[in-house]
Design a protein around this ligand. Structure first.
Ligand code: HEM
Length: 321
């Protein structure tokens, strides 16, 4: 007690300190609640009127990315739909996509539940549909270090030797399996079939192909963990996010003659000469962006700048012309 008095700590100062701490706690708490209420009070993004029970499912048509692009012309690049009882938000411009996949990246790093992932992927145990969690982080880490590192790729060298053996026997009756057929296509299409890496021109052609014909036009759905605000609208907790990669890559306000096949736009001096597909340039995101960006992108190296060599994605300018 005497020591406390020496330090100037009296029962009065203790009570005063506690009251100040309580006041700070209440003020901060109130501010957070106010902010939450503020977001809840904002309107939902615009979108077509949903039907009872089924919501906007009939609006999707047989080619959903195309129907959604058409709707975005009417409702704008940030839309809200109900698919059944699920809130769905659709990003149809580079700037809206960057709001979700950059500004609110952590909040949208989850995947919505789906029966395929539950029953086929062993209750969401694969990497693509795993919930955003330490386990997901661990799985990505394993892939970087044991599947795509230069050392790991070296370890697959023996597979290329097998491939060589098939190539030497191409065309003979005894080698008519899938691998020899693919080898044959490669040989017929490329002339020599030599080399493991893509050259600059080949990469530009790939970019061109990914722009007009992305393999996943609506990307893989993301899901939000908290309610948040985007462009003045409220995005409810648990919303499914669809990024219309297809519509963004055809946006006439970004791409001049957007539907034209013009390889020179990606060549030095062209309007999109420096565009990359690593998720930094939201006008071209065939591999997605943010935390859940395609894992393949991490397999990039200096000889193989889009990582496609590892899966045999090879396009020759000669073929595209
Ligand atoms: C041309 C080929 C490919 C394209 C266009 C492509 C595209 C994509 C896209 C759009 C996503 C979703 C990104 C997002 O959720 O925002 C994705 C995710 C993913 N991709 Fe690819 N991909 C390709 C090849 C590959 C290959 C070869 C692998 C494996 C070696 C791979 C592994 C993955 C994985 C694991 C994910 C999920 C990542 C996560 O949820 O954390 N992809 N890919």
């Amino acid at each position: 007690m005497a020591e406390h008095l020496q330090l100037g700590i009296t029962p009065t100062t203790t009570i005063f300190a506690l009251l100040v701490a309580l006041a700070i706690y209440l003020i901060i708490g109130k501010l957070i609640i106010k902010r939450k209420n503020h977001v809840d009070r904002l309107p939902l993004p615009p979108g077509p009127k949903p039907w009872p029970i089924i919501g906007n499912l009939p609006h999707l048509g047989s080619v959903p990315h195309s129907s959604l692009a058409e709707m975005a012309r009417k409702y704008g690049p940030l839309m809200h739909l109900k698919l059944g009882s699920v809130h769905v938000v659709v990003a149809a411009s580079a700037s809206v996509a960057s709001q979700f996949l950059k500004t609110h990246d952590a909040n949208f790093a989850y995947r919505p539940p789906n029966a395929g992932a539950k029953y086929v992927a062993y209750n969401y145990r694969d990497l693509v549909f795993a919930p955003y969690s330490p386990r997901w982080r661990f799985l990505r880490k394993i892939c970087y270090s044991h599947l795509f590192s230069p050392k790991a790729l070296d370890n697959f060298h023996h597979i290329r030797q097998i491939i060589d053996e098939h190539q030497s026997g191409y065309g003979t009756e005894s080698h008519k399996d899938l691998l020899s057929m693919l080898n044959g296509l490669k040989r017929d299409g490329n002339g020599d079939g030599e080399g493991d890496s893509l050259d600059d021109i080949e990469i530009k052609v790939l970019l061109l192909t990914f722009r007009l014909h992305p393999s996943t036009p609506l990307s893989i759905p993301h899901m939000s963990r908290e309610t948040c605000e985007v462009n003045g609208y409220s995005i409810p907790i648990g919303s499914t996010l669809l990024v219309n990669v297809w519509a963004i890559a055809r946006d006439p306000s970004i791409w001049s003659d957007s539907l034209e096949f013009r390889p020179e736009r990606f060549l030095p001096g062209g309007a999109q000469a420096n565009v990359d597909v690593k998720g930094n340039d939201f006008e071209l995101i065939p591999f997605g962006a943010g935390r859940r960006i395609c894992l393949q992108d991490e397999s990039r190296d200096s000889d193989d700048p889009i990582g496609g060599g590892h899966v045999g994605t090879r396009v020759r300018l000669g073929t595209a012309q």
